[in-house]
Design a protein around this ligand. Structure first.
Ligand code: N01
Length: 476
């Protein structure tokens, strides 16, 4: 009997899982989606300027070549359009239960009891594809409720609020801030950017695909595949080594400092924008519009410590900055994987409690005590240098390889000794990467454990996830 599969989340991961099941002729699956449409983070992040810093042809499924990309790096709307297109083309949409949030998944000794919108249903297999960047993190600054103007998080943009002629504060200077600051600076009367830590920034060689290029991508056989392969290998060969401890100091630092010198003339501003930690420790920003926006006469970069939010604006150690609007570009709750959903495994073990010291899973996919549960974009599978869609496809491939062992009510659980060996291997590999080196980032827990990033090459990950899974698992 084919297992019944519950997929949680209709973003890039959950849709990929569903499409591969469809392609294999397995229709006994349901996708639970808390929102009213597919797209995950690309549905939620609609701030002005939202887009991707990975090229379009790589930031897409390998099996779905798309002839409609209009530029080298895709904008949010284009990516969302691609996901909508895939949802319909592969017949997945009727299988999505929209506006249905899973609050609990409990293993009852033989099956998974999935509770969504108050209704509980049994499934044989649970695939959790909720992503790492799905829950906005508002900062904990005193007085935030006192502010009399409009305020919102970058991932919950208030499109009814017109910024024209307003005094705006943007708190945060990560990838989201870097993308939204240029359009906001053009529209607002004044913009104050509150930067706690500067980021390393390298150029984004974006370009519109002219008609000849678009026609060529659409009609020349093999061109999309060859181009995708080229950009994939380029990122792997140049950016991945640059994230190794010591190495980032060469290539990345030189490239970023040259970009800063070229784009920012004022030496005082340049000094404020120069990081004092190794490049790559935090996610490197890939953008060519951010610095020019900061040069504008109506934009200020404030580096004084924020003390509180008042009724009128942002109070720092030096001054009160009166504003009409505050945008919190303060990131996501990235280390609290799967929360607020409650997940309990064999013997009622609570996953959140198990992961209290930091989330971990074999291949980022499976965890002992939680039979037939697979994670997509789980712990230690994020990348700082290449396409996450590549990683998702590897994970889905692994789940597909497990599925034949799960028919007829059988259950697989990753062996504890395999998990322990995996953790040791991971810790050793993480030692060689730059992420631990003197910076705060969303890649790690407050205690400094890197729970989000994959330290190996993506080629190694593909090899590990495509190995026959049986030896790593035991039947329970
Ligand atoms: O979030 P972030 P993001 N007071 O966590 C600051 C992906 N993404 O939404 O560095 C003052 O990076 C915080 O300061 P500090 C991409 O992977 C991709 O920008 O902690 N400031 C930081 O500056 C990215 O890495 C694309 O000192 C506070 C900022 O807020 C990830 O999403 C586009 C503060 C948060 O930066 C997250 O990016 C956009 C406080 N209390 C995003 N608390 C692509 O192009 C936080 N900050 C693919």
């Amino acid at each position: 009997m084919t297992p019944r599969v519950a997929i949680i989340g209709a973003g890039f991961g959950g849709l990929c899982m569903a499409i591969r099941l469809e392609q294999a002729g397995i229709r006994s699956y349901t996708i639970f989606e808390k929102a009213g449409s597919p797209g995950g983070t690309w549905r939620d992040n609609t701030y002005p300027g939202a887009g991707c810093d990975i090229p379009s042809h790589l930031y897409s499924y390998s099996f779905e070549k798309y002839g409609s990309w209009t530029r080298r790096y895709p904008g949010q709307r284009e990516i969302l359009g691609y996901l909508e297109h895939c949802t319909d083309k592969y017949g997945v949409r009727p299988k999505i239960r929209f506006d249905t949030e899973v609050t609990e998944a409990a293993f009852d000794g033989s099956r998974w009891q999935v509770t969504a919108s108050g209704v509980t249903e049994a499934f044989d297999v649970l695939v959790v594809a909720v992503g790492q960047l799905n829950r906005p993190r508002l900062p904990d600054i005193p007085g935030m409720d006192d502010f009399a103007g409009a305020s919102f998080h970058s991932a919950r943009w208030d499109h009814s609020h017109d910024l024209t002629g307003r005094r705006v504060a943007v708190i945060g200077s990560g990838s989201s801030a870097a993308q939204l600051i240029p359009p906001v600076a053009r529209q607002a009367d004044r913009l104050e950017v509150f930067q706690r830590t500067p980021n390393w920034v390298i150029p984004k060689p974006d370009a519109v695909f002219g008609l000849p290029a678009r026609l060529a991508f659409r009609f020349v056989p093999g061109l999309q595949r060859a181009y995708r392969e080229y950009i994939y290998r380029y990122a792997e060969a140049t950016l991945y080594p640059a994230l190794a401890r010591g190495w980032s100091e060469g290539l990345l630092r030189r490239r970023a400092l040259r970009h800063l010198r070229k784009q920012v003339e004022d030496p005082e501003l340049r000094a404020r924008l120069t990081p004092d930690y190794p490049p790559g420790c935090k996610r490197v920003i890939i953008d060519s519009r951010f610095y020019p926006a900061l040069n504008r006469p109506n934009v200020d970069v404030v580096t004084d410590k924020i003390v509180r939010i008042t009724e009128k604006g942002v109070q720092t150690t030096e001054a009160v900055h009166e504003v009409d609007t505050i945008v919190y570009a303060t990131g996501f709750r990235t280390t609290e994987f799967l929360t607020p959903m409650r997940v309990t495994g064999r013997g009622g073990v609570d996953l959140a409690e198990r992961w209290a010291g930091g989330a971990e899973a074999y291949l980022g996919i499976a965890t002992p005590g939680f039979p037939n549960m697979f994670l997509l974009y789980g712990p230690n599978t994020n990348l700082g240098h290449n396409s996450i869609i590549f990683m998702l496809e590897c994970q889905v491939n692994h789940v597909m390889n497990c599925l034949p062992h799960l028919s007829g009510g059988r259950r697989l659980e990753v062996r504890q000794e395999v998990m322990d060996a995996w953790r040791r291997r991971l810790d050793e590999a993480l030692e060689h990467m730059v992420w631990g080196d003197g910076c705060r980032s969303w890649y790690k827990t407050a205690e400094g454990r890197v729970t989000n990033n994959w330290p190996g090459s993506t080629m190694l990950y593909r090899r590990l996830t495509s190995m026959p899974p049986r030896a790593a698992y035991r039947e329970v």
